[in-house]
Design a protein around this ligand. Structure first.
Ligand code: PRP
Ligand code: ZN
Length: 297
């Protein structure tokens, strides 16, 4: 059977150019998201661009710092990129969707054993960073007269070699700061991967983007939810149904043993343990939690 999508794609013969980070923090999350969206891409080893084999998309592997500009200039149509880079580069692009991975923060950090302890101590000092735009805005807001030394990589070594008194850099696990004996004194921005788009996509490209977004949302909903099955005495069904509203309402099936039912529903990862405790307190037994692969509401 030819799906509506492949049918329209054949007519349009158009391809969506997707920019992702060539290597670094966002590479794996971006590739995993494409894979879970059913889009087959080679790993791009040393290749700048790769055509997806089963979706009208072409993947460009680029330096993350360049992605906003490439999307603005329509070299790529969309990009998976850190919010931090988009805010720093100030290019004209649309933010379409948060992607839920690559969570990190932009922080100011100082030497652990040094005399600088708070942001106010940075008056008259020098801060090394790859984020001069965001940092200068922040310092201005806080009325701190520090100078900014822009460097493009290995920011964490700047205090040790006497290049700066403090740094402003991305922190994810914190291990880079830890191994360089640095401590955070101020978080200035929280960030995660987002999907950005060129402002003037053609109707055909928009159609492909919508199809991609539909898949991304189904994957993300599935990641945030679990399927739950449990047995409960019939007199507790009402209470348990309130705890597990599900997508529409739970499925309730009678068990062979009279007076008992099996209840099936969907539960959000965020309130998971809290709800499980309440289910147990209300007589639920044999609770099974199962991952969901895709979720379409
Ligand atoms: C950031 C940052 C640190 C590292 C922090 O680099 O510059 O080096 O991640 O992560 P951690 O807290 O888990 O140790 P990024 O991957 O964004 O690379 P880039 O600066 O070269 O783009
Ligand atoms: Zn970068």
């Amino acid at each position: 059977m030819v799906s509506l999508f492949s049918f329209k794609h054949k007519i349009m013969n158009e391809t969506l150019k997707i920019a992702i980070q060539k290597s670094g923090r966002l590479y794996e999350g971006s590739m995993l998201l494409l894979k879970e969206c059913g889009i087959e891409v080679g790993n791009g080893n040393n290749q700048l661009r790769v055509l997806a084999s089963n979706f009208p998309a072409e993947i460009f592997f680029l330096r993350d710092d360049d992605i906003p500009e490439y999307v603005q200039d329509a070299v790529a149509d969309i990009g998976f990129i850190g919010e931090n880079v988009v805010k720093e580069k100030k290019k004209t692009v649309d933010t379409v969707e948060k992607l839920g991975f690559g969570k990190c923060r932009l922080s100011i950090a100082v030497t652990k054993s040094g005399s600088l302890k708070t942001i106010d101590d940075l008056n008259g000092k020098k801060i090394a960073t790859s984020y001069p735009e965001i940092l200068s805005q922040y310092l201005q807001q806080k009325n701190i007269a520090a100078s900014i030394h822009e460097i493009s990589g290995s920011v964490e070594i700047a205090p040790r070699i006497g290049l700066a008194d403090a740094i402003c850099d991305l922190v994810s696990s914190g291990s880079t700061l830890f191994s360089n004996e640095l401590v955070e004194i101020e978080t200035i921005l929280s960030s995660e991967a987002i999907l950005i788009s060129n402002k003037k996509l053609s109707v055909e490209k928009k159609f492909i983007l919508d199809s991609l977004l539909f898949r991304i949302r189904a994957v993300r909903k599935a990641r945030n939810n679990k399927y739950v099955l449990l047995n409960a005495p019939n007199d507790k069904i009402d209470t348990i149904t309130k705890l597990l509203p599900g997508m529409k309402s739970p499925t309730i099936l009678p068990l062979a043993e009279s007076g008992w039912s099996s209840i099936h529903s969907v539960i959000n990862e965020a309130d998971f343990w809290n709800v499980i405790e309440q289910l147990k307190a209300n007589g639920a037994q044999g609770i099974l939690i199962i991952p969901i692969e895709k979720m379409i509401i």
